[in-house]
Write a protein that binds this ligand. Structure first.
Ligand SMILES: [Zn+2]
Length: 74
């Protein structure tokens, strides 16, 4: 509740090697289509992402979608 304890730190991005504050969480399965498996902790259902990695993910998935819909984003 309203208790301030040092244990409650802001949640971190869960991409291996990243130390940024997370802003989103996405299914690890989806992320594995974009990020190499070494960068994801397997066994997690969802992985938290910082803004930078979320943008990276969005960018990568956007490209795929563009291929599917033939320039729909234009
Ligand atoms: Zn990150």
């Amino acid at each position: 509740m309203g208790r301030t304890s040092k244990q409650e730190e802001p949640e971190k991005c869960q991409i291996v090697g990243c130390d940024q504050e997370s802003s989103r969480s996405l299914p690890t399965k989806k992320l594995s289509e974009v990020f190499e498996s070494e960068r994801l902790e397997s066994g997690r259902k969802r992985t938290k992402l910082c803004k930078v990695h979320y943008r990276e993910y969005k960018k990568a998935t956007k490209k795929d979608r563009k291929l599917e819909s033939l320039g729909w984003e234009y």
